[in-house]
Design a protein around this ligand. Structure first.
Ligand code: 6GU
Length: 266
């Protein structure tokens, strides 16, 4: 098992042709800006993405449209009650099989590129945005298929996490990204951080770009980029390097980098 976030896209080959995601929230307006701009907008316009913000309040049956209540056992804060959530998900997935029902929660499993690939392969998600102190545990136990967290910090609600999930899954659906933005390049540098990029001008405020990028020696440039990817990964994410499948060249590059680091320490 390799859960590294920027690895070879192994599940890509069986990515669904289209993606439908229902994002269930009590703040549907929070999602408008994200769903209606950039690649998600383009993917929707192309008919590849069917992304919907669903208002949980539409599935309440009481006159106050209540979605939360006090916790049994006491304590501060409110808990999202199960009935609107069950009714909502059952309505959205009626007549379907195989939908993944995702709960965003800081207590979930870490969300990774591997999970994004799995979701893209599925092609059908319902994302429940957790709010308040939490969600009645019967939702988690009897409705949810995946509980995910996007990192070790606390958000006020699951909406921003849901947007991160939608964006990362949508870009894996074929045709959502144009050739220019394609993710083929990153599968090439499997499990390593990206090398530094430079554009015009070649000198800006006296800062020159690495000379090798101006030379037109494609093999030398490829090797330099691989080495800089390795260097950045070693510095910032040594945990990724531990799981990396090193090529013969990678080992040589690593030896060079370590020698350079050793020299710097002198
Ligand atoms: Cl998925 N939800 C919330 N509320 N906070 C988070 C998170 C999710 N992931 C990291 N922090």
């Amino acid at each position: 098992m390799n859960d590294c976030p920027i690895e070879k896209n192994e599940v890509n080959a069986i990515t669904a042709a289209r993606l439908r995601v229902d994002i269930v929230t009590i703040f549907p307006e929070m999602l408008d800006g994200v769903l209606n701009n950039s690649m998600l907008k383009i993917g929707r316009d192309k008919g590849l993405l069917d992304l919907r913000a669903v208002n949980l309040r539409d599935y309440t049956t009481d006159k106050h449209h209540q979605t939360d209540d006090t916790p049994f056992g006491g304590g501060a804060g409110m808990v999202m009650i199960p009935d609107p959530i069950f009714r909502c998900v059952e309505d959205l997935t009626a007549g379907e099989t195989g939908a993944r029902v995702v709960l965003t929660t800081p207590g979930g499993k870490p969300y990774t590129q591997r999970k994004a690939e799995e979701f893209a392969a599925c092609g059908r998600l319902v994302i429940l945005c957790g709010r308040y102190e939490g969600v009645d545990d019967r939702v988690r136990e009897h409705l949810v298929t995946d509980e995910v967290s996007i990192g070790d910090y606390v958000l006020t609600g699951g909406e921003i996490a849901a947007m991160a999930i939608v964006d990362s899954v949508a870009r894996l659906i074929p045709g959502v990204l144009g050739r220019g933005e394609s993710f083929e390049e990153e599968s090439f540098s499997e499990g390593l951080l990206e090398y530094p990029h430079f554009s015009k001008p070649a000198e800006y405020r006296g800062w020159r770009i690495p000379e090798i990028l101006l030379g037109g020696n494609h093999e030398a440039i490829r090797r330099w980029r691989r080495k800089e990817s390795m260097r950045l990964t070693l510095e910032r994410r040594p945990d990724l390097l531990k799981r990396h499948n090193f090529t013969h060249e990678d080992r040589k590059l690593l030896v060079e980098i370590e020698a350079e680091l050793g020299l710097r320490a002198l």
